[in-house]
Design a protein around this ligand. Structure first.
Ligand code: 5GP
Ligand code: ZN
Length: 111
């Protein structure tokens, strides 16, 4: 999508601090981190949100393979949180599917 900020990051039109990439997705550091490790895992295909993931096990599988890869590479043995916000009530601010990988401190009990 032309005016999508994450599509622009994927195309390299907006810089990002990339930590991982494969043919299906890219992962980069969140510009406004909520934890010492705050990575966004973003499918390259413009999919609006997790509400559109039915039947897309290729995407969900790739995302959680990337989570496992990053957890190992970044030594997140104390644990981590994976969050995807969806729609208005879910407080999704960028309408291109992404998963927050949060780690590096004991996270709040509140989701
Ligand atoms: P959401 O609120 O949609 O779940 O999460 C969007 C996330 O994208 C936020 O945590 C926000 O800080 C991050 N973000 C928004 N614009 C940019 C950007 O241009 N670069 C990076 N690296 N992160 C961004
Ligand atoms: Zn997009």
């Amino acid at each position: 999508m032309n005016d999508c900020i994450f599509c622009k990051i994927i195309k390299g039109e907006i810089p990002s601090s990339k930590v991982y990439e494969n043919e299906k997705l890219i992962a980069f550091n969140d510009i406004s981190p909520k934890a010492p490790t705050h990575i966004l895992i973003v499918p390259k295909e413009h999919i609006e949100s997790s509400a559109c993931l039915s039947g897309r096990e290729d995407i969900s599988g790739a995302v959680f393979n990337a989570v496992a890869h990053l957890a190992k590479e970044l030594n997140l043995e104390n644990g981590f949180r994976v969050v995807t916000n969806c729609g208005r009530d879910g407080r999704q601010s960028v309408p291109h599917l992404h998963f927050h990988l949060l780690a590096g401190k004991e996270l709040s009990e509140d989701m």
